[in-house]
Design a protein around this ligand. Structure first.
Ligand code: SF4
Length: 318
């Protein structure tokens, strides 16, 4: 692989300094800059982070890291050159296999396919870490940076609050906690070749009909909940709110209150664990109002207020 030679003045200045004078941080910064130039100028079909991860696992890198402070100037120069050679070798030889760098797991959790049903039925994927995205809800395509509205529902692994990171990704070890039983979408993740995941996306997705199909009562209640408390109903109510200059706030408040009652009353009656309600009925409408620029706030007396993020206009929500 030929390394491009056109460099910014900053890059040239930094490289003119001698490796003998570098500490470990400077060595790493220069090395990353070197890789960035390669990735900027040559179409490399893999993320740079993966190359860094793979080089960092080599004995050469580990030796340099351990001994850099004890090396004299000549040895540092030789080590720097060997590090660049090793990086080029990794780039040329990198195998098309997952090195478990965790990048995919930090960027989103998997959506389940029909073939994942056995993982649920066998108890190998915990139900309480799943939720349903219902028909009509907006979703972002993992292949294109586009939002679309679901024409059928999806069952998905939860993400950690406030992030896109999969709940099964363990930060301490950078490992998947369910690796042996990870869903099909995770198995198909190949950052060097997105066509594998794109092929899988054409296969049937898992729905609640597949999960609960043999429990007639649950299926009927899911259908009833979708009829009375659909995402479309929430969306249309917010559209009317916008066009009526806030006149029909009560309609939204009533819908949220009804849905809250529906979920919790039936959850208790059917002994559905609270942490599994998001799988059975999807995320609550109250959890989805931020999509419309509002939030639900719980008051000290247990009542709930609907608050516009910008305007702060409250309304009772149950
Ligand atoms: S299930 Fe495991 S492999 Fe899949 S995204 Fe989550 S942590 Fe990563």
């Amino acid at each position: 692989m030929t390394v491009p030679t056109d460099k910014t003045s900053d890059e040239s200045r930094r490289e003119r300094s001698f490796p003998a004078d570098w500490d470990m941080d400077t060595l790493r910064a220069n090395w990353v800059e070197h890789l960035e130039r390669i990735f900027r100028d040559i179409p490399v079909p893999i993320p740079m982070k993966r190359v860094i991860y793979q080089v960092e696992r080599t004995p050469l890198h580990q030796e340099i890291k351990a001994r850099w402070n004890d090396m004299d100037g000549d040895e540092r120069l030789r080590s720097w050159k060997r590090l660049l050679e090793e990086s080029a070798k990794v780039l040329e030889d990198i195998l098309p296999v997952c090195v478990m760098c965790g990048e995919c797991c930090r960027r989103g959790s998997p959506t389940l396919q029909l073939e994942d049903l056995d993982l649920l039925r066998g108890g190998r994927l915990p139900w309480n870490q799943l939720f349903t995205i219902r028909r009509g809800q907006p979703v972002r395509s993992p292949f294109k940076d586009e939002v679309s509205f679901l024409v059928d529902e999806r069952v998905k692994v939860r993400e950690k609050p406030g992030t896109q990171e999969c709940v099964f990704f363990d930060h301490a070890t950078d490992q998947c906690l369910v690796y042996a039983d990870r869903p099909a979408q995770c198995r198909a993740q190949a950052c060097w070749d997105p066509s594998v995941a794109e092929d899988l996306a054409r296969q049937p997705y898992l729905t609640r009909r597949d999960v609960f199909g043999d429990i007639e009562l649950i299926v009927e209640l899911i259908a009833e909940h979708d009829r009375r408390c659909s995402f479309d109903a929430l969306k249309e109510a917010f559209e009317r709110l916008a066009s009526s200059d806030g006149q029909n706030l009560d309609e939204i408040v009533d819908l949220l209150a009804y849905e809250d009652h529906f979920r919790h009353f039936l959850g208790e009656q059917l002994k559905i664990p609270p942490e599994s309600l998001d799988l059975v009925f999807g995320k609550s409408l109250a959890d989805l109002v931020p999509l419309f620029g509002f939030r639900v706030e719980e008051q000290a007396d247990g009542s709930k207020c609907l608050v516009a993020e910008e305007r702060g206009a409250p309304g009772e929500a149950g």
